[in-house]
Design a protein around this ligand. Structure first.
Ligand code: FE2
Ligand code: FE2
Length: 159
């Protein structure tokens, strides 16, 4: 069994929206499992990834269907393409093609940083702004992350 980490979480993937970031950590863990799993565990690792991807994309798609989100279609399309590939590869695996799973895992690893950077980051920023627009700004000691800190906050200096 290959114990070397191939796809590790990197804080550069953080987008500043707690729920998205948590889901993305799970995505990285499950793709890593898919990259390193032995043959015996492959079917379960693929099924676990599929369950994750369905919930992950469903949640993002639902957020994007909220009023006022611009440019939803490309993002939903990418999710749909990934899910279609996963389902295709499930059939391949059932037919004995393990290589298809290895290739899918590598493709997911390569796909994620760009998708997160361009598409999910736009969604995360929109969600954070929307939340701030809908409620008064309140600083909660443990709840403010750097990306949630309003840009217009300034420090008043005396004199
Ligand atoms: Fe995502
Ligand atoms: Fe996404």
């Amino acid at each position: 069994m290959n114990m070397q980490t191939v796809f590790a979480w990197n804080d550069s993937y953080l987008l500043g929206h707690a729920a998205i970031d948590e889901t993305h950590r799970e995505f990285v863990e499950l793709v890593e499992a898919l990259l390193t799993v032995d043959d015996a565990g492959m079917e379960e690792a693929l099924a676990a990834f599929e369950r994750h991807a369905e919930a992950h994309f469903e949640q993002e798609n639902r957020w994007m269907s909220l009023d006022g989100f611009p440019a939803r279609d490309c993002h939903v399309d990418e999710h749909d393409k990934v899910l279609a590939s996963v389902r295709e590869v499930k059939k391949d695996l059932a037919a004995g093609n393990r290589q298809a799973v290895r290739e899918l895992a590598v493709a997911l690893k390569d796909w994620f940083p760009g998708h997160a950077d361009y598409m999910d980051s736009a969604l995360a920023t929109w969600l954070v702004r929307r939340r701030h627009a809908a409620s008064p700004l309140v600083f909660r000691r443990n709840a403010v992350t750097p990306a949630e800190t309003p840009a217009e906050t300034t420090v008043e200096t005396a004199g």
